[in-house]
Write a protein that binds this ligand. Structure first.
Ligand code: ACO
Length: 328
């Protein structure tokens, strides 16, 4: 059975840097509050005109170039986002068209912060069955357009940024590298703890009490508690599937939601933060893009080397979570 491995990574963030103090134009907030609560110093926001598929396209171009491939080599596109260009169809088909492809299948997935981990797992299954040999997985978000700029939006509004990451995933007969295992979970009982409820297809009688509207709602403390617990469990599952001890893993890459969540997971395993690559200070929470952006920068900065044992894990709205174990 062929193994799936990442043959090229790409990322794109818009040039406009928005630092914590810039947010004081809308919110009663401070650099000190944001940095100590989340680890975020700045994030990128798009300037018009821009769409999520545009950002994904930029990242995809770089992933293709680094893998030495062209769009015509792609057998399947998987597009992970919570901020699609349109209500329907998904951004995957828009990216397919931008890449100049005619009929290549495009699959959109709605797993929010866990989108890239889910996407890797899906890609890996298609490659292991032999159905596809080369899959483009993109995680891209424009979140600056849904942020609530009213004063009460400050708790959520300061956390999110725009950006895109992409990975080309290919088949290899070399069983000593690539994706070794993946474990996926979700728990819809918590769907409303982190959501944007409208626009909605629900009938009026089925709508939620109160006015969620086209604005984000987050129960921050509940999300924090579950994120630490579930990402810890997902790492333990990946470790036991591989027979690895925590200290055997060269690099953990966690979804970049909050540096304190990452610190709590590192503490749980008794490992130093150096094993947990992070760049949340530069980009904030880029949701489906956060893990591929981390992978890209970790590789560029020399933290990821061939043969390294790597565990990725993410947790987010849904709730959804999961982990992937791989040899780089
Ligand atoms: N600036 C200044 N003060 C603020 C801000 C802000 N941006 N936002 C809230 N506050 C105030 C609150 O009003 C409150 O004031 P009060 O004590 O006078 O009532 C005070 O700060 C504390 O607010 P809390 O909500 O209790 O702050 P908490 O310590 O829980 O931190 C945070 C909030 C950072 C959102 C935290 O709950 C968290 O990180 N949760 C995880 C959420 C997360 O990471 N979500 C990302 C999406 S999901 C994912 O990616 C996993």
């Amino acid at each position: 059975m062929p193994n799936a491995y990442i043959s090229g990574l790409g990322m794109y963030v818009p040039p406009k840097v928005v630092c914590n103090d810039d947010l004081r134009a809308w919110y009663d907030t401070s650099d000190e509050w944001i940095y100590t609560r989340s680890g975020i110093k700045e994030r990128r926001w798009v300037e018009e005109p821009a769409s999520t598929a545009d950002l994904g396209y930029q990242a995809a171009q770089e992933a293709l170039r680094r893998a030495g491939k062209t769009p015509s080599d792609i057998d399947l596109i998987i597009f992970a986002t919570l901020s699609p260009d349109l209500y329907f169809p998904g951004s995957g088909v828009l990216l397919q068209h931008k890449l100049g492809l005619e009929t290549t299948p495009a699959l959109d997935i709605r797993q929010q912060c866990s989108g890239f981990v889910y996407g890797l797992s899906i890609a890996s299954q298609f490659i292991q069955t032999g159905m596809y040999k080369c899959i483009l997985l993109v995680g891209a978000e424009i979140q600056s357009t849904w942020i609530d700029y009213n004063p009460e939006g400050r708790t959520v509004g300061v956390l999110f940024g725009d950006g895109a990451g992409a990975a080309l995933i290919e088949a290899t007969e070399d069983s000593s590298r690539g994706i070794l295992s993946s474990h996926l979970y979700s728990q819809g009982a918590y769907a409303m703890e982190l959501c944007i409820a409208e626009p909605s297809s629900a009938t009026r009688s089925h709508k939620l009490p109160g006015s969620y509207g086209m604005r984000p709602y987050m129960n921050g403390k509940e999300v924090f508690r579950h994120a630490v617990q579930r990402m810890g469990e997902a790492i333990e599952t990946a470790l036991s599937a591989q027979g690895w001890r925590p200290q055997d893993v060269n690099l953990f890459i966690l979804h970049q939601a909050n540096i304190r969540i990452i610190q709590a997971v590192a503490d749980f395993f008794g490992l130093p933060m150096e094993r947990f690559y992070n760049n949340i200070h530069k980009y904030g929470n880029t949701t489906a893009a956060s893990i591929p952006i981390c992978l890209y920068e970790a590789e560029m900065e020399g933290y990821l080397k061939a043969g390294d044992k790597v565990i990725l894990t993410a947790f987010g709205s849904g709730f959804t979570w999961g982990s992937v174990a791989m040899i780089w």
